[in-house]
Design a protein around this ligand. Sequence first.
Ligand SMILES: Nc1nc2c(ncn2[C@@H]2O[C@H](COP(=O)(O)OP(=O)(O)O)[C@@H](O)[C@H]2O)c(=O)[nH]1
Ligand SMILES: [Mg+2]
Length: 442
Amino acid sequence: MFESLSEKLEEALKKIRGQSKITEENVTDALAEVRRALLEADVNLGVVKSFIESVKEKSLGMEVKGNILPGQMMIKLIHDELVALMGTDKADVSFAPQAPTIIMVAGLQGSGKTTFCAKLAFQLKKKGRQPLLVACDIYRPAAVDQLKTLGAKMTLPVFSKDDAQPVDIASEALTYARKYGRDVVIVDTAGRLTIDEAMMQEVADLKSAIRPHEVLFVCDAMTGQDAVNTAQAFHERLELTGVILTKLDGDTRGGAALSIRSVLGKPIKFVGVGENIDQLEPFHPERIASRILGMGDIITLVEKAQSQIDEKEAARLEEKLKKNQFTFEDFLDQMRMIKKMGSLRDLLGMLPGMDKALRNVQIDERAFARVEAIVLSMTLEERRSPKLLNGSRRRRIALGSGTSIQDVNRLIKQFEDMQKMMKNMSRGKMAHLMGPQAAARR
Ligand SMILES: Nc1nc2c(ncn2[C@@H]2O[C@H](COP(=O)(O)OP(=O)(O)O)[C@@H](O)[C@H]2O)c(=O)[nH]1
Ligand SMILES: [Mg+2]
């Protein structure tokens, strides 16, 4: 899979991988080729545009440390952006607090819905759950038989009913599940070859009737960005909770895999990698990105070097904290380190419990620049001994940094709070703040 995209990207990055200097010119050249490769792989145009912009911006501001070549860093950067594109959160089925969990599966005909329903049931059964499959594709008798055959193979019950409408079948299935203690109900639905109103209305009605906890869209990975348009149409009607990419074992160009998450804003939860019932895998964006880029060696190399740098830095700062010597200089260093590692949102998202809280919060990345300006307007002496910062010094700093005295006061207050907070933090948590690589090494 992704073979042709992979080859083209490798070609595009060959030129840059050994470069000892990253200039606007060679970045632009390499990225033009990356752009072409993504478009040929049928990645959504908007997605390609923002991807290229983001890589460009980050690569030009890139700080290279250790014995890593800028070209190698750039490849790592592209890898990380590919991962971000496909989603960094862990995606699994979310179970209802009270059984049964209801999962509705929708998508076009032939996308792999029925197969996915069976694969999911099989996986859940292995984990000790008691799934019930429900056959709501009533238009093709063969579809019901297909699900029954699959169910029989796994010795799992399949609920079906002749001469009944999907809404009634599903409602009765729920009653059945409650009565017989089936804790997950997986509802297979009918799909057409293309989007049509009757089908959409039917799945929408079904959804209102059974109120599923998960509405999963099954998407054939071979269909490129067409799949994205279809997914959007389904999302408008059904409010999807996740996406399943099927046929990733086939000759997929990559378009759907790379576009769908960022267009829909919904996670890819599983991938189908074969026709057999056990060929369903959780979606691992890093694995897919590494496969697409095919430069695992470089990525590991850069990661290793980065984690060494971060660890050293973390240890140094910690020592200072212990001795109560954490100053504005360190604060600035740390901020730069954080900035280099990615966006503030990503960073905060790594702190336990923060991820959920932040989902709907807008973070002002420009605040970083303001803080930097204020610290830079301090004299070295002031940065080292924040106690010196009396009223007149604060006024001077505000003027010098183009901020207000309130901004300066606020930052100093934050700095003091942070000093206090960090003193209370354990070594492990400190590593967490310093970045995922540092944390993972512990
Ligand atoms: N190679 C491969 N084939 C798949 C996968 N998932 C489904 N299929 C095949 O795709 C075809 C359509 O699948 P089906 O589940 O009937 O699609 P539905 O119409 O959406 O219910 C069948 O021949 C499946 O065996 C997959 O992950 N890999
Ligand atoms: Mg089917």
